[in-house]
Design a protein around this ligand. Structure first.
Ligand SMILES: [Zn+2]
Ligand SMILES: [Zn+2]
Length: 188
């Protein structure tokens, strides 16, 4: 069976070198749905607590919220960073508090201090799905990711392959030592 969670991401981007209006900088509220698949955990009668899927995903994905997402070869990148630098906000501002942990993968690099994500490929809905899977595939047993943004929507199915030890008392992933980080349950 599957448990899933959905959340909004508000971001600005453009399709560099695309021959349409999307080559101009613009914004979206994207809706991301992550489905995880596993057996039903008999202790709690659920696959996985949805708020925990959200918490795990949001820890990295909040880097995309209220962020600017540009492709690595987009000349807007140096232009924007130049303005941020002049303004003194390139390396952070006291009001910029909703930051995720910085990350760097093959497909994307997050710079939380200036709310910027630099991508290898154009950040289409398909591109976003690839980035999200890459960031979370080792943490969640992902069966499907769906991303919609304006009229654009895409989804991809995956074969869940992780073996995740879940707490029989609260359903979350047990730590490496077999102890639940939330309720303290210890696996015998
Ligand atoms: Zn767009
Ligand atoms: Zn627990």
């Amino acid at each position: 069976m599957r448990s899933f969670t959905t959340f909004d991401l508000q971001y600005a981007h453009r399709f560099y070198k695309f021959k349409g209006e999307a080559q101009y900088l613009h914004g979206h509220t994207g809706v991301l749905t992550i489905e995880v698949e596993d057996s039903v955990n008999p202790g709690v009668n659920m696959v996985f607590p949805c708020n925990e899927i959200k918490k795990t995903a949001w820890a990295v994905l909040k880097n995309f919220d209220h962020a600017l997402i540009l492709r690595e070869d987009d000349p807007l990148l140096s232009a924007v960073l130049g303005v941020y630098e002049t303004q003194g906000i390139k390396n952070g501002a006291p009001t910029n508090t909703m930051k995720g942990a910085a990350f760097k993968t093959e497909l994307a690099t997050a710079y939380p201090d200036c709310r910027l994500v630099v991508t290898k490929e154009t950040m289409t809905v398909e591109g976003m799905i690839k980035i999200v899977y890459d960031l979370l595939k080792d943490k969640l047993n992902i069966a499907k990711i769906t991303f919609t943004s304006g009229d654009n929507a895409a989804s991809q199915e995956y074969k869940p392959s992780l073996t995740i030890d879940r707490c029989p008392q609260c359903g979350i992933t047990l730590g490496e030592n077999g102890v639940c980080p939330k309720c303290g349950y210890k696996k015998h």
